[in-house]
Ligand binder design. Sequence first.
Ligand code: MN
Length: 240
Amino acid sequence: MTRLFASDLHLDPARPEVTEQFLGLLQELEGRSGSLFLLGDLFEAWLGDDLPGALGETVAVALRKLANTGTALYLMQGNRDVMLGESFCEAAGALLLEDPCLLEIHGAQVLLTHGDALCTDDGAYQRLRALLRDPDVRSGLLALPERQRRALAGEARAGSRAHQSRLSYEVMDVNAEAVVRLLRESGADVLLHGHTHRPGIHQLTVDGRERTRIVLGDWHAGSSVLHWTDDGYRLLSQPR
Ligand code: MN
């Protein structure tokens, strides 16, 4: 069975070519009965499952179509689409995964996470992240009218851009100690995440055991997908 992993597509009505490539991938997978894991930031912005917009609806329909042909679908929230919830997943025929989430593949313990929780050098962001995972804060935000939610999302994006421009390249990457801690606590052999937009495969030793950290790339200039088959895994990118 083939398992595919992707993240950071940042689907946005302003960039229809990314959506086209993604819908093309979904179509290719029809009838192959593998599984597809989307590990966060599928959407550039998400106001709530009650306001999916035309793009959200198109994606839900395409995912549901694929699910109906036998592909198991799994979604995880990212930082951009942190408000994504059970209703969208139900419409899409997908299962909403906790972050982090442990999965066994051919005897290897694989820990899936979006990756933003590993950027512990950015204290301000981590406080915001915790806030947006508080159930009371979430229901408060989701109760706001569309106009206000749209304004807040716009402010968050502008604030995030201004904040990032003040941070160093290192601060925006994962923290090495946070990676070690997560691998130690979870007992995972492989840590698989996105978020940093720095695709790669890194080997490290934790508690005397070889571990692997796989980083998925973004879809800005083309796709980035990890293919995990019975023969092992390959991180493939396809230009547009
Ligand atoms: Mn992200």
